[in-house]
Ligand binder design. Structure first.
Ligand code: GLN
Ligand code: ZN
Length: 767
């Protein structure tokens, strides 16, 4: 039995990677320093895994930005527009690499970045490979080889990690018509062969191929590509040990295919796909080894040793201990680095901390599991098992986690709790009477610029150099300024600006019971950007109102409507680490009840329009289509529970920024929000077609300008977009608003853009 790690966090325990990259981009540090920090992080990671007893340690899991981009550079899949960077004197390979990741706007160049998108259903984003018709590949960068050699020099023979050829192609995008990316396989495979040849000659014995697409729906052609790929690689390298890594789900209908591939070790994710165990054990050919993904690579909870040991036992009984490896479920880049860095009892109490494990702790868990399974170091291992058992016990029964009242409230939810009193057609008439809003009503999505100054107040409050009263005073002034200014430019529905909020999920998490936070629990989101998700550990309750104070204050300043601004239950769930001792749907419903109470409190405080943001609904979709319905059923219901406690005259808005809704438009409609604001400007209103084709019945605010760019659009452009929208959606249904919140923008561009936007709406009214 061996232990293996599929990948270890590369940001460094102190986010060293972020810091060095950002200072390199800012021009305040040199190229050599960047390389050195990379080298230090790799060394630290390898030695840590070695010291913790890992048998098979990965290399090439490090990356300065993204592992998919590393492969594109490695294979020479470099779009032509970067030639200018590649050939410019004084530019290194790293500059080319960063230009592909981030675009390049210096030295007289102006080249856009490659597209970025989410890595399966995680919050990690990768750089999408660009493929062209006559795409050729060649071994352009030797990163894999260099890192293997670097570890070798440290006395560690690593297992190079590669994205498998099929997954690499499937991750990319055809940038012109007339070919199928999967047909590029014949050009790509020779490069893998060359790479493996060189790794082998340096002494590599094991190669890991990541093929996560094996847990997704696949076409016949794609399935065939898997056969071709691994047969060819096997033929070229009969003696290398191939590890095929699948993760994020179960093999299901691809079980036979996967088990038939000529590889030596097959890794399966038993956290996300525990149901596949029996079938895989039953079918795996006897010469192959099964790697059990037992330790959750995507969450922060301690492994349940008893449970893992019983799985190992079953597998060993059937396959023999020489044919079993154990591992985390997937790469550990989705987990924070080191729980030992959490030392502040006021942030994370030791009672909760004892239930948790970050990446480093997960590596240690793996070694302990192996010792326990094999009966090695019996006394010490047994002690660890006893500790683990007592942590599991304490978590199961802790009053911190369990709240009978909430559990009962969830149990007693009835259908009408998820329904407004009347249907939209009736509500609409009531709301029109009540609100008397003009055609093409204007509004914004919630946040106004979070300037450095605003953020500095929060930092000072934390440090104690501002007290609560002083802080509140500053926020009040900023809010009043925003209200006055919105009145001045004549927006119809105002917002308070969200100046008091650090982040749209954290702000609510901090006020709800059942959430905790970490000081250093950073996880890479993309490139140098890291996020620190809140941690949901227990039943959720709302001790007091969360937004009523600032919303009512803002409303008291104006006779126009002030829109209440909340984050929805699905988004709060999706952007947090979630407890694993109950279904996600249960946790989501608890959050929904808390938000419902907040909505009702806002209504009671005289707020007539309330927005519940759900930008994360779509990204929560399961990887397999067959699982979509179950997810959508509970997710949409949770939203409806949060929205349905109010009178019919109260208008509920929702907002989503990622608007590719073609395949789930009926569920979006089923949310039954009175108004939905969406992102559409970048696609020139094309995304609106889904709503038009569906005949979406409720009101819609298609974003008329892209807030992700500092560019200020003029009113004519926005009128054009609105006219376009009006050709597909009846104009009585249309609202006018930007694509998303404005917190990342500066005031100057925000003001100029919104003045134009209000003008555009008025032109539409008069036309
Ligand atoms: N109300 C939020 C804001 O304006 C919405 C953010 C989002 O959609 N991601 O910032
Ligand atoms: Zn948005």
């Amino acid at each position: 039995m061996q232990t293996q790690i599929l990948g270890y966090p590369r940001i460094g325990s102190q986010r060293e990677l972020k810091k060095i990259c950002e200072s390199y981009w800012a021009g305040t540090t040199g190229y050599k320093n960047v390389l050195q920090v990379g080298k230090n992080i790799r060394k630290e990671n390898w030695e840590l895994q070695k010291n913790l007893g890992v048998d098979i340690i990965p290399s090439n899991d490090f990356s300065f930005y993204d592992q998919v981009l590393d492969h594109s550079l490695m294979f020479g899949a470099i779009p032509q527009r970067y030639n200018a960077v590649a050939t410019k004197a004084g530019h290194s390979e790293l500059d080319l690499y960063f230009a592909m990741a981030r675009g390049c706007q210096k030295d007289g160049l102006d080249i856009i970045a490659m597209e970025m998108t989410k890595w399966f259903d995680t919050n990690y984003h990768y750089i999408v490979p660009e493929f062209y018709k006559n795409q050729s590949f060649s071994l352009f960068s030797t990163k894999v080889i260099d890192e293997f050699y670097e570890a070798l020099q440290l006395g560690i023979t690593t297992k190079p990690v590669l994205i498998g050829p099929v997954s690499y192609l499937l991750l990319g995008k055809e940038k012109e018509a007339g070919f199928d990316k999967i047909d590029l396989l014949k050009n790509l495979l020779p490069v893998y062969v060359e790479l493996l040849k060189r790794l082998k000659s340096l002494g590599a014995t094991h190669i890991q191929f990541d093929e996560p697409f094996l847990v997704l729906d696949l076409s016949e052609k794609e399935k065939q590509a898997y056969q071709t790929t691994y047969q060819q690689l096997r033929k070229a390298f009969p003696e290398l040990k191939f590890i095929l890594a699948t993760y994020f789900g179960a093999l299901e209908d691809h079980t036979d295919l996967t088990l038939s591939l000529p590889v030596d070790i097959i890794h399966v994710d038993l956290v996300r796909g525990p149901q596949q165990l029996d079938e895989v054990i039953g079918k795996i050919p006897s010469e192959k080894t099964l790697s059990l993904g037992l330790v959750d690579g995507r969450n922060i909870w301690k492994n349940d040793f008893e449970n893992s040991l019983s799985i190992i036992k079953t597998a060993v009984e059937k396959l023999g201990k020489d044919h079993i490896w154990i591992a985390p479920s997937c790469s550990l880049i989705h987990a924070p680095v080191d729980l030992e860095l959490e030392k502040n009892e006021a942030v994370l109490t030791s009672e909760i901390k004892q239930w948790m494990a970050f990446a480093k702790q997960k590596v240690a868990e793996l070694s302990t599991l192996k010792q326990l399974a094999l009966g090695e170091e019996a006394t010490l291992a047994k002690e660890k098992l006893a500790q683990n058992n007592s942590a599991q016990q304490s978590r199961k029964s802790s009053p911190l986690i369990h709240n009978v009242e909430v559990k009962n409230r969830v149990k007693n939810i009835i259908n009408t709790d998820a329904e407004r009193k009347n249907n939209f057609a009736k509500r609409r008439i009531l709301q029109q009477e009540e609100l008397q809003l003009p055609a093409f009503s204007t509004t914004t999505i919630g946040s106004f610029p979070q300037t450095t100054e605003v953020r500095s107040w929060r930092a000072k409050l934390k440090k104690g150099s501002l007290n609560q009263v002083q802080y509140d005073q500053l926020i009040a002034i900023e809010t009043e300024k925003a209200v006055r200014w919105q009145e001045e430019i004549d927006l119809d529905v105002l917002v308070h600006g969200e100046f008091e909020r650090n982040d749209m999920v954290e702000y609510f998490g901090e006020q709800l019971n059942g959430f905790t936070f970490s000081q250093n629990g950073w996880v890479q989101s993309y490139g140098s950007r890291c996020v620190k998700p809140p941690i949901i550990y227990g039943d959720i309750t709302r001790p007091t109102a969360m937004t009523v104070k600032w919303t009512s204050y803002a409303q008291s300043l104006t006779s126009k409507y002030m829109k209440g601004m909340l984050t929805g239950p699905v988004t709060i769930l999706q952007w947090s680490f979630v407890r694993n001792d109950q279904p996600r749907s249960e946790t989501c419903t608890q959050i929904a009840l808390a938000i419902r109470d907040e909505v009702v409190d806002l209504e009671n405080a005289g707020i007539k329009i309330i927005q519940i943001d759900e930008p994360a609904i779509r990204e929560g979709l399961p990887l397999r289509k067959a699982d979509w319905k179950a997810y959508l059923d509970w997710a949409i219901k949770a939203f409806r529970i949060s929205a349905s406690g109010v009178k019919d005259t109260t208008q509920i808005h929702t907002h989503m920024c990622y608007s590719e809704f073609n395949d789930i438009i009926d569920s979006i409609a089923a949310m039954d929000a009175d108004v939905i604001t969406i992102e559409t400007s970048r696609s020139q209103m094309e995304l609106l077609n889904a709503f038009a084709d569906f005949k979406y019945p409720n009101e819609i605010g298609p974003g008329v300008y892209d807030i992700h760019s500092p560019r200020v659009p003029n009113k004519d452009e926005m009128v054009d977009l609105l006219k376009k929208a009006a050709t597909v959606i009846p104009k009585e249904q249309l609202w006018v608003n930007p694509d998303c919140g404005l917190k990342t923008r500066g005031w100057d561009e925000t003001k100029r853009a919104l003045i134009e936007m209000v003008e555009a709406a008025k032109m539409m009214r008069n036309s």
